[in-house]
Design a protein. Sequence first.
Length: 290
Amino acid sequence: MQEHDGGMMVPGHSEAERATEKLLDHDRVILTLQQEIRRARLYRFTLVAAYSSAPVLLFGLFLGNILAWGRIDLARVNILCIPVLLALLALCGVVRFYSHGGYFTGVPLEQEWKSGHASRKRIDLELAIERKRLSAGSFNIPTDVRRHIYKESVPNVIEQYRTEGLRYRRIHNLFQSIIIVGSLATSTAASLAETPSPYKWITVGTSFAVGLSAGFTGYFKFRERSFYLHQTSDSIEEEYDAVNLKVGRYKVSINDDAALEDFTERIETLKNDQRKRQQQLDQPTETLEG
């Protein structure tokens, strides 16, 4: 108990509670820096896209008119692209205003638009993570409290694995769609005996896209990465539900501390197995065969 003004006694904070608050402060700084890095990347992408869109459109129109000269009339296409070009130029003006000292909701954005801003924030993020690690090492938090904290962080691990697995699955499905559609388009275009010369480039382009997609799919193994990530996330979720409901391997535990100890060991085993599978997938095919 601690005494405040007026002689009133209020409960004091334990060392574990103070350590937890300190770690939460570090987490708050880390999450803020991660958000700033994502925002800086978005601003930089918007800047590059806005400045390059109009020149790319003009170059595409110029190249298209050169290739179609005397064969295809692109007058309507050129006319339709005029308002698009004006809109892109207006977008460039808006982006330039915000990237050179303009304000958005009262916050200056000039620094966040610069190319090196995200890199500096990444350095700050690494330092913040290191400060958290050093700070956590200096705290004398009981083991059972650490295990409880670890248990409550497991849902974030599950969500992270599933998000990464979904991303790899989408990439795999995209490349597989290109392979299927490109193979059919190439076969159809090649079967035409009298294909005009300009359209033969379609066959070349689709063949190149099919080969490129097949090469990326075989080398980076997006399907296998997605499968293993989803498998690990399902296994971790199964252990998390089992320890909460005291079923399966945890129903024979003497108390909650023993169940948490077994749970922590099991989750770390699953995470280590996932890291080993990830390392195997990162190895070149020649290394694995050798």
